[in-house]
Design a protein around this ligand. Structure first.
Ligand code: 6PG
Length: 631
């Protein structure tokens, strides 16, 4: 199937001149739609009578038949006014034809002058006004303001008719921001959004229209046209809600894809879903990448952190564009790099979110303590977080500083926000994966549970009057100690997240580079921080053991361990919940004790179920059973 290029716009704008030049450049035949008018229409125009829609219908019909014929052979260049959308619909009604719309425009005065200078043309310059009146500029295709110098306009057309290298499906906030980011970096991108009732009506067209002053982004609500309009082999980035919607989109696009095409899932899909999808598509010759993207709306627009996983050759195809749109680390390198095979990209993004859950809850806990057990105002706490952020930069601390400062009708908005946390699943999935791998994920799991317990709002309201006598109104703990405890808990939360990655990498044979993952997380993503910068170096020193055994981490925690233990204990003594901080503390205390209480567990298991146990006075992997009957 070949492309038919249609240069459209009002009479006199330069369709014929530029059309002929373009046809020559592309070695295609040129056609002028005027030649397809009936004699009756030509006479009417000559007499200065504007054509009505009936006059145009037979003309457009014969043109659409010709377009189909050209599309089935070598393609062509056609100059045709095609002023209204309904005319263009007739011209493009044959789905199997690839049409590239080239909308030429110029202001009324310039064109009127040009037409008046024309000789021997049957078009009456007075008709120009009516053409401007009915003109409906397209929101798709490419737009070119015609220059006095046609060579210049031709050059612009040739640059713009490069077909989109990447097609983006799903124009939610992340999809829109990424599309603008891609276009802004000079990569041709087209977008598709389904039509779904009033809620999702003309999303793609409206999006392209509202950014038309900056970018030419072909926008579609017809999936087939969107896919056929892409450069082959095709690269498609899905930005749709994780879960069923991803499967539905894959099923729909598959109808039009060819072997060698690539689908990328940029959402927070469960890594096991990504594995299943990649396997199913492999048998059809379609490549699949699970691409973790972090940074929210702002990151997606200005540079997110990108974690692509899957077949490396598929990644290499889209590497230039993904790197171009990503954030930069402190050395100016892209915060985007191939993570590993299989579903590692989505797995790493999931653990990112797990650490994110832990960090968010930690900040929330310290806020809660200072707000309700030290009676500080949101504004005061905001200033405290700002100071913490000055000495230990963290994106999440920074945004919380802003949140606490924000007022509505002169009142802190935070006081009006209902204390019930939402979640979309990634935190809980991290816990499930850790359970499968036998990894202890204390802080991340505690942060998920803290969100869950916040949902028991009604019961909590009742319970507050049933268990009295615990609340202490002003607990005297210094800011220095609070900060030390926060920092220690945060280090442990990171250690726990990275430990899961280390074990998963071994289990799934991904060969993850933890230093590189930390580097990807130094900018663009939600958990970027100065500690993350430090982790790049810590992992870079080939310490492939638990992070809590690294000399720099040991120094950090040794320096703060007493403040950490005492502060969490004091806070809990006052009756203030500290789910993640105490989980971090318990993890730490368990980790540094050398021995644990697990000998009792083993003995109990052996007592009631003859599950056997290993002995301290015998080599490992030897199992013993005792007859516990004490008579
Ligand atoms: C990011 C965020 C992003 C999203 C979370 C929120 O890295 O940009 O993590 O992916 O905000 O999925 O998840 P919850 O709704 O579960 O808090």
């Amino acid at each position: 199937m070949s492309t038919v290029y249609i240069l459209m716009g009002v009479a006199g704008v330069g369709k014929t001149t530029l059309g002929k030049m373009l046809a020559k450049e592309l070695s295609l035949s040129f056609y002028d739609a005027d030649d397809f008018h009936s004699q009756l229409n030509k006479n009417k125009m000559k007499a200065g009578t504007p054509l009505d829609d009936n006059d145009r219908e037979s003309w457009l019909n014969s043109l659409s038949i010709a377009i189909k014929k050209w599309g089935d052979s070598n393609g062509a260049v056609l100059a045709c006014s095609a002023l209204k959308e309904k005319y263009r619909k007739i011209l493009s009604r044959n789905d199997a034809v690839k049409i590239e719309w080239i909308y030429l425009y110029e202001d009324y005065e310039t064109i009127a002058k040009r037409i008046q200078q024309r000789k021997l043309h049957f078009f009456d310059p007075l008709l120009l006004k009516s053409q401007f009146e009915i003109l409906e500029p397209p929101t798709y295709g490419i737009t070119v303001k015609v220059e006095a110098n046609p060579e210049k306009s031709l050059k612009e057309i040739l640059e713009k008719i490069k077909r989109p290298e990447i097609g983006l499906i799903g124009l939610g906030v992340m999809g829109q921001s990424l599309a603008l980011n891609i276009a802004g970096k000079g990569y041709p991108v087209s977008v598709y959004n389904r039509q779904a009732g009033e809620k999702e009506k003309n999303i793609a067209q409206l999006f392209a229209k509202s950014h038309a002053h900056r970018f030419q982004i072909p926008a579609y609500d017809d999936l087939k046209k969107f896919i056929l309009g892409l450069e082959t082999p095709r690269n498609i980035l899905m930005m749709v809600k994780a879960g069923f919607a991803v499967d539905a989109v894959i099923e729909d696009v598959l109808a039009f894809l060819e072997p060698g095409d690539l689908i990328m899932d940029g959402g927070n899909s469960h890594f096991k879903d990504t594995e299943r999808r990649a396997e199913a598509l492999k048998s059809k010759g379609i490549k699949y990448l699970g691409v973790g993207i972090s940074g929210g709306e702002e990151g997606a627009l200005n540079g997110p952190s990108i974690m692509p996983g899957g077949v490396e050759s598929a990644y290499n195809r889209v590497k230039p564009v993904l790197e171009a749109i990503s954030a930069r680390d402190k050395h100016g390198e892209p915060c985007c790099a191939y993570i590993g095979s299989g579903t590692s990209g989505h797995y790493v993004k999931m653990v990112h979110n797990g650490i994110e859950y832990g960090e968010m809850q930690l900040i929330a806990e310290f806020y809660y303590f200072m707000r309700f057990f030290q009676q500080r105002s949101p504004e005061d706490i905001s200033e405290i977080f700002s100071e913490w952020n000055d000495s230990e930069r963290s994106y999440l601390l920074g945004i919380t500083y802003h949140i606490l400062k924000k007022k509505e009708a002169n009142e802190p908005i935070i006081d009006k926000i209902l204390d019930v946390a939402g979640q979309k699943g990634t935190g809980g999935w991290t816990t499930s994966s850790a359970l499968e791998l036998g990894v202890s994920l204390d802080t991340i799991t505690a942060s998920v549970m803290a969100r869950n317990i916040s949902g028991l709002k009604a019961q909590k309201e009742k319970a507050k009057d049933l268990y009295k006598g615990l609340n202490s109104n002003s607990v005297d703990i210094s800011l220095k100690n609070l900060f030390a405890a926060y920092k220690a808990a945060s280090i442990i939360n990171h250690s726990i997240g990275f430990e899961l990655l280390r074990i998963a990498s071994k289990e799934y044979k991904w060969n993850l580079n933890l230093s590189e993952i930390a580097r990807l997380w130094t900018n663009g993503c939600i958990i970027r921080s100065s500690f993350m910068e430090e982790l790049v170096e810590i992992f870079g020193s080939e310490n492939e053991d638990h992070l809590l055994l690294h000399p720099r981490v040991i120094d950090h925690l040794n320096m703060r361990k007493l403040q950490f233990i005492n502060t969490v204990a004091e806070i809990q003594k006052a009756g203030c919940p500290m789910q993640v901080s105490s989980a971090a503390l318990n993890y730490f205390l368990n980790f540094i004790r050398g021995n644990t209480s697990a000998n009792i567990i083993q003995a109990q298991r052996d007592y009631f179920g003859a599950h056997t146990y290993e002995r301290t006075d015998k080599p490992r992997r030897n199992f013993f059973h005792t007859n516990w009957n004490i008579k």
